[in-house]
Design a protein around this ligand. Structure first.
Ligand SMILES: Cc1ncc(COP(=O)(O)O)c(C=O)c1O
Length: 381
């Protein structure tokens, strides 16, 4: 179905075409100089010492856990209000996800006050996810981690350039992980980045992303290295230079993209002000953020009412989504028997509205009008 107002719009133009063409014409398309350029630009943008380009964020999360030595039977505290990949990565290293609730509808990020009671002798790490690009309470989370000797991994997929007390998200914990999946702020089709200030973690990530080999094919092809050893059980988690070229073009657009997204958010907030039965998460947040998505939550609602509102919006030509179904409620994680009332309510009653830089003010006003029309009628659903 063609939507009058789609959820997301790919921010591609001649710049992406030109960068990819340059790479094709260079005759080197797998991991090579464009990867290095993308990594340098990304780390400089974040103010991080190292950035390692990868095939996607799921593998970045996997590597992060491997690098931090999380393994068999270790416990990792993680939100259930996230994309399933955050949690699956914990299982890849045979560790155990321990689901933690979010703070509530206003702030659907990990509740630091709920973390303490989940810590056991087996806890090794806390994974946070900066929902929609808004920061978790990193002060409290870092303090808990420091006092209990835990590592912190930031799933910063939603949060390129988002700030927290003068630092960029993804650079506060031990390792930050980013996604460049098509619908992210930075789109390369598939792609990811692991970010750290720790030189040993950087070295390890580079080794493990390429089979544990001591050199890359590019180095060998360039005559920098003629042989290699394999010193760890690594993977093929590399990004190719075609995707890195797309990433470079996208990085140049990120500032203006976030500026427009911020204007769109402000217009939504004004358009929905005073509306009964609706919460706009993070509405009081004043910091610089990526605005990856624009979530709203129906109050005193049910999944049936939420579905009514979504189908009304669909009828009016507006595409919506849900971020996210609760991970602990998926069949594969039901064994956890976690009870997370805030997460469960949010998962059942959140609606993600269109958010991207190509939205006009008139588009946003239309979505607000349609929502104001549909929500009161959902009471009868
Ligand atoms: C919060 C979160 N974590 C992890 C991922 C996984 O990223 P990727 O698709 O790049 O593997 C995504 C992307 O969809 C995400 O939104």
């Amino acid at each position: 179905m063609e939507y009058r107002i789609p959820l997301f719009s790919l921010n591609y133009s001649e710049e992406e075409e030109a960068e990819v063409l340059r790479t094709i014409r260079s005759r080197w398309i797998s991991t090579g100089p464009r990867n290095a350029e993308f990594e340098e630009k990304f780390s400089a943008m974040l103010g991080a010492r190292y950035a390692v380009a990868l095939a996607n964020c799921t593998v970045a999360l996997h590597l992060a856990l491997r690098i931090l030595g999380v393994g068999d039977g270790d416990e990792v505290i993680v939100p259930s209000m996230t994309f399933v990949a955050t949690v699956n990565a914990i299982r890849y290293v045979n560790a155990v996800p321990v689901f933690c609730d979010i703070r509530g509808n206003e702030d659907p990020t990990l509740d630091p006050d709920a973390v303490g009671s989940l810590i056991t002798a087996r806890t090794r790490a806390i994974m946070v996810m900066h929902y929609a690009g808004f920061p978790c309470n990193m002060d409290k989370i870092m303090a808990i981690a420091a006092s209990c000797g835990l590592a912190v991994i930031e799933d910063a997929c939603h949060a390129p350039l988002s700030e927290y007390q003068g630092k960029r998200l993804g650079t506060i914990g031990d390792i930050g992980c980013f996604s460049f999946f098509s619908n992210k702020n930075i789109s390369t089709g598939e792609g990811g980045m692991l970010v750290t200030d720790n030189p040993a973690y950087n070295e390890k990530a580079r080794l493990l992303r390429s089979h544990g080999m001591t050199s890359l094919s590019y180095d060998r092809a360039m005559g920098h290295s003629t042989s290699y050893d394999v010193v760890a059980l690594g993977f093929n988690y590399r990004m190719d230079d075609l995707r890195a070229s797309l990433g470079i073009a996208q990085l140049n657009k990120l500032g203006p993209d976030l500026k427009r997204r911020s204007e769109v958010r402000q217009r939504y907030i004004r358009g929905l002000e005073g509306m009964e039965g609706l919460t706009v998460p993070f509405s009081g947040h004043a910091g610089y953020v990526s605005n990856y998505i624009f979530p709203v939550v129906l109050e005193q609602s049910t999944p049936v009412k939420r579905e009514f509102v979504r189908s009304e919006l669909r009828r009016m030509g507006i595409q919506t989504s849900v971020h996210y179904p609760a991970v602990h409620a998926f069949e594969i994680y039901r064994w956890s028997k976690a009870v997370l009332p805030h997460t469960e309510y949010f998962a059942d009653n959140e609606i993600t509205l269109p958010m991207h830089a190509a939205l006009s003010d008139a588009d946003v006003d239309y979505v607000c009008r349609c929502l104001r029309d549909a929500v009161p009628r959902s009471a009868a659903a």
